[in-house]
Design a protein. Structure first.
Length: 352
């Protein structure tokens, strides 16, 4: 990888090089250009910008095309702006530490190390898609995206915004999908439910991603940010629902239940709000009930065993065509007894 140089070559350096080759001093160059010695001195030092007219004058004096002089000047001014920007970025590092930088480094979203303050801030801003941290807070509080405004009262906005932004950036890779197909999603639900029982959990997840994409629903997985405590989120972007899951508890029952919970938001609720699992809202309660009833009907739920009977769990799951861990999870939630049946749960991990 080519490193960006930390020095600047001024347009005046190129002029001075030509003058040395031609054994010409500043006074003579000023006479030939028809300008003052002061202006030539400022050109040589980089203080005065090289105008298009001076570039044309230099073309006649030096024989070097004006486009090259203009290129030298553009490169010089760009380098000046780059170095100034590096200093401004480094100055924002202390504020950037409010964001989960260690998490971003762990999963490779930020590759700059802690010593590279400017690089760290630059990559964070690229994730957030803002020019600086002032712009981030202004956009979050007053921007046109409704879900940002609904979450401004939270005390973990920096973590939440980072997690949400990672999903939005990831979803851009599947932006060529079809529009949202509500009937198609309804028809897909039995297939998604059956995927929970697959012998190959990772393949089942990939199939779910592709199947949902075909009906205009984007599903992505973004690692949980420490301390955020959110299993899933749903909002609409570009007319399509975006569902992201965190694998917070890393178990297949939680993954599938959260997915169906978020699909409940897609089918039951509006397309203007952000829905975060764990929020104490009517919409969250409705999505919970919808997902629970879809996976295990209320009539069957009423007959589930209340004791620690793994064989019964497996038999019921086979009859229902769903993962045993989902039946187990339902029993555990209703009995508040979580200290058994762990062998029925399959684990998912993000690669760090």
């Amino acid at each position: 990888m080519t490193a960006t140089p930390n020095y600047i070559v001024t347009t005046g350096d190129f002029i001075a090089e030509w003058m040395e080759d031609e054994d010409l001093n500043a006074a003579e160059l000023a006479r030939r250009l028809g300008t003052s010695r002061k202006h030539v001195s400022e050109l040589l030092s980089g203080k005065a910008p090289l105008s298009h007219q001076v570039a044309l004058d230099l073309e006649r004096v030096t024989g070097i095309p004006a486009r090259l002089w203009n290129l030298y000047e553009s490169t010089y001014r760009g380098d000046l702006a780059r170095l100034a920007s590096e200093q401004e970025l480094a100055a924002q590092y202390d504020r950037a530490k409010a964001f989960p930088l260690q998490y971003l480094r762990k999963f490779g979203y930020v590759t700059a190390n802690a010593r590279d303050r400017a690089g760290t801030v630059r990559q964070l801003l690229e994730i957030l898609r803002v020019a600086d941290l002032d712009a981030f807070w202004t956009t979050w509080r007053h921007g046109s995206v409704a879900y940002r405004r609904t979450a401004t009262a939270r005390d973990d906005v920096a973590k939440l915004a980072t997690w949400l932004a990672l999903a939005e950036n990831s979803s851009g890779e599947r932006s060529d999908g079809p529009p949202f197909d509500r009937p198609g999603l309804h028809a897909l639900l039995p297939e998604l439910r059956a995927l929970t029982a697959s012998d190959e959990p990772l393949d089942a997840v990939r199939t779910a991603i592709d199947s949902l994409h075909a009906v205009g629903v984007v599903l992505c997985f973004i690692p949980a940010v420490p301390g955020l405590g959110i299993h899933g989120a749903t909002r609409w972007i570009g007319g399509r629902p975006l569902i992201q899951l965190s694998l917070l508890w890393k178990s297949d029952d939680q993954l599938w239940f959260t997915l169906f919970h978020e699909l409940g938001h897609v089918l039951l609720h509006g397309d203007k709000d952000l829905y975060l699992s764990g929020d104490h809202t009517t919409a969250e309660d409705e999505a919970n009930t919808w997902a629970s009833d879809l996976l295990i009907s209320p009539a069957i739920a009423a007959t589930l065993p209340r004791g620690r009977d793994i064989a019964a769990v497996q038999e019921i799951a086979a009859d229902l065509g769903i993962a045993p861990s989902i039946v187990l999870g339902r029993i555990q939630r209703e009995t508040k007894d979580y200290a058994w049946g762990h062998s029925l749960k399959r684990k998912f991990e993000f690669s760090a």
